[in-house]
Design a protein around this ligand. Structure first.
Ligand code: ADP
Ligand code: MG
Length: 689
């Protein structure tokens, strides 16, 4: 009985035939539970009449009055204006799209009830395209009106009718499984009650709480989502603890040779983190360790040393990066370091095809390749390792917990799992690390290699562009190299690339004495690699780029970066970008060329960039100013995005989340599974726990 809402298919509802089922499934509504979790985007208050004289711009109001005039207005755009009056004042309804019938209907109407947003317009206060009706007898709504997310072919009315059918089933006693752990703190409210309230608010529900997501019903759901997330990570961890791994012998002669061959000595922080890693690798259980380190802190060489240790134990290492560009760089670095030590490095990405691919796959399978560097391509079925001992994932926020599980499966051999090392340059405020990475041990490389001079950052309006161009010219003429970064316009990669093309053309014309090159995400992988190689080799002075160069690109001679419209990017992303300079011995400068006017928050954020080069500090400030949803930015979100929970807003829950998660796993595994299934997409293997 209790299970039926969790699993009953969507087409068991009245009026849902094959065509509608298709539509619903496409927006992720597969079963009745999904309908319940399809929550309103917002609420409208249609419970009270507002006297017209009291209506304020920006408010959504219900008004009632008589139509005193109805005319077509010829302004910039032709529109229909109908004036409605009550005892307290007059307001205009304005329609840009209207029919003859509508015009006639309004002319003849006596009393109207209207709902809409009040704006200031040419005719005084106006309602644009309000909903209206001549029926002023029906009582006003008793409670707030939910407004659902809808798509083409799926109307508000349809969603409301599906929801009310499922709510009726709840009334008839079909309920979702609740967290079976008493009812204190955030669990005071039952899940069923919380969902009912959110779909069907009571008259006294506070609109401002609902808007900010702090209503107890929303908090109950946020709590459960965080709980599901933490519990899944705990399970992964627990499962790993039960699994076997190869216990590595401590770092030996080859690791020592690699260290000796480096042009630098490791920092104290690098050595400490390596020791933490070596301790984990020496255990017969799989390591699961996150290494956080600011941009430029030297994570790559730490990874290379771990890979070398794996090789000393006759085991292979897979290194996975989220982009082709970054993977390619790792491939070059690892080859340069490891090949002289007699370690063969294989390379696998989507662009490796045909004979070369066969050869790489063969080297991986036979075990000749000690280290394999690649992109997502490493997940593919045809990639078979001889003896995988270590998996290294760079820039983890682009992969989730579930992918980590999938890759782990690849390595299973004679009941042994590979160790896992995850590296990220997106610093996470310490308060949040636990809830995001409860499944991992954390190491922090909290020291930059010596001799780095911090990047000096200036914030300039784009009216000073000519000055900036002159500055680029002067720097490049003295032998420096520079980046000019064009940022994302309206989330469109195509537009971003077009902007970069136009900028490159303009700069080429303005600076004929410089060698200007262009790189963007829509170029072929080969072309990108060739351009990066040329820039690295000093064959170009100015590289106009999109945010493709965000991670990993390492050209120590580049010491100047211009970022256009930095206000469009998250601070984490700006920090990543800026990390491309300040890598060599030259003093480096970053110019943030914003487009005025800047809002208060944007100003604050750019000031943080000017004040600090410390990724942890920047992440903390970003969190304070904007909140975590935005901190990681849509494009970087990966596993950090929640459906309802908001880490900043809901931080105060984390203690109880953590306690509940432990208790749930101890006391009721099947309830734990049900709750995880509600909130996470599970891979096959996981749902069998
Ligand atoms: P990130 O942590 O951002 O991945 P990298 O591993 O790319 O940083 O390192 C940045 C640069 O610093 C590289 O050129 C690397 O060779 C160099 N580097 C790493 N460790 C040290 C060190 N201890 N001393 C000097 N340079 C170092
Ligand atoms: Mg790196």
């Amino acid at each position: 009985m209790a299970e039926s809402l969790e699993t009953a298919a969507i087409n068991s509802l009245k009026g849902v035939g094959p065509a509608l089922t298709d539509k619903l499934v496409r927006v992720g509504l597969h079963n009745l539970r999904d309908v319940l979790f399809h929550l309103p985007l917002r609420y409208e208050d249609r419970t009270r009449l507002t006297p017209i004289g009291a209506a304020q711009p920006g408010q959504h109001v219900v008004i009632e009055g008589k139509v005193i005039a109805c005319d077509i207005a010829f302004g910039k755009r032709r529109s229909l204006l109908a004036y409605v009056q009550d005892d307290t004042g007059t307001i205009a309804m304005r329609f840009f799209h209207f029919s003859k019938q509508q015009q006639a209907g309004l002319k003849n109407a006596t009393r109207l009830r209207c709902f809409g947003e009040v704006r200031r317009g040419a005719a005084g206060l106006e309602l644009y395209h309000p909903e209206y009706s001549q029926d002023t007898q029906t009582p006003l709504d008793q409670h707030l009106t939910p407004v659902y997310p809808v798509t083409e072919g799926l109307s508000q009315g349809r969603v409301r009718s599906l929801v009310s059918q499922v709510l009726a089933m709840m009334d008839a006693g079909k309920l979702l499984t609740d967290i079976p752990l008493g009812s204190s703190g955030f669990l005071r409210m039952d899940i069923n009650q919380a969902l009912r309230l959110l779909h069907c608010p009571t008259p006294n529900m506070a609109m401002d709480e609902l808007r900010s997501g702090t209503h107890p019903a929303q908090q109950r759901l946020a709590f459960e989502e965080l709980l599901a997330h933490q519990t899944s990570m705990r399970l992964v961890r627990e499962e790993l603890g039960r699994l076997q791994a190869y216990a590595f012998a401590p770092p030996g002669a080859t690791c020592a040779s690699l260290q000796a061959s480096l042009a630098f000595t490791l920092t104290g922080a690098q050595q400490r983190v390596l020791a933490e890693i070596a301790t984990d690798l020496g255990r017969p259980q799989p390591m699961l360790r996150l290494v956080q380190g600011d941009v430029g802190s030297g994570k790559t060489v730490v990874a290379a040393l771990a890979a070398t240790q794996s090789m000393e134990n006759q085991l292979q290492t897979a290194i996975m990066a989220p982009t082709e560009l970054l993977a390619e760089q790792h491939y070059q670095n690892f080859s340069q370091w490891l090949v002289p030590l007699g370690i063969q490095v294989a390379w696998l990405s989507g662009k490796v095809k045909g004979k070369q691919r066969q050869a790489e796959l063969e080297a991986i399978k036979s075990g000749r390749a000690g280290v394999v560097v690649g992109t997502h391509a490493l997940f593919q079925k045809e990639v078979i390792f001889d003896a995988l001992g270590l998996v290294i994932i760079d820039e983890q926020h682009k992969f989730g917990v579930l992918q980590r599980l999938a890759l782990r499966e690849k390595g299973e051999r004679q009941g042994r799992m590979p160790h896992q090392l995850v590296m990220t340059a997106t610093p996470i405020p310490r308060t949040l690390t636990m809830s995001l990475y409860a499944d991992m041990d954390c190491s922090v490389i909290d020291e930059l290699p010596p001799g780095r001079t911090p990047v000096t950052t200036s914030v300039l309006p784009d009216s000073r562009r000519a000055e900036v161009v002159a500055r680029v010219a002067a720097a490049c003429e003295q032998g420096a190299q520079a980046y000019w970064v064009c940022t994302l316009i309206e989330e469109s990669e195509v537009l971003e690339c077009q902007a970069a093309e136009a900028t490159a053309a303009a700069l080429t014309a303005q600076l004929p004495q410089l060698r200007v090159r262009l790189i963007h995400g829509r170029m072929a992988a080969d072309e990108k690699t060739a351009i990066m190689a040329a820039f690295k080799a000093g064959q170009a002075d100015l590289l106009v780029a999109t945010t493709v160069i965000e991670v990993g690109v390492d050209v120590p001679n580049a010491s100047l970066m211009v970022i256009e419209n930095p206000e469009r990017l998250g601070l984490a992303q700006l920090h990543q970008l800026r990390g491309r300079i300040g890598r060599g011995t030259n003093k480096s400068f970053c110019l943030l060329l914003y487009h005025p006017p800047l809002g208060f928050v944007s100003k604050q954020r750019l000031n943080v960039m000017r004040e600090s080069n410390d990724g942890f500090y920047i992440a903390e400030q970003d969190l304070l100013i904007r909140g975590p949803g935005e901190m990681f930015g849509q494009r970087q979100s990966g596993s950090l995005q929640f459906r309802i929970a908001d880490l900043l807003r809901d931080q105060h829950m984390l203690d109880q989340v953590s306690r509940t998660s432990r208790a749930l796993l101890d006391e009721d595994r099947s309830a734990a599974m049900t709750i995880m299934q509600r909130w996470l997409t599970m891979p096959e293997a996981f749902s069998q726990v």
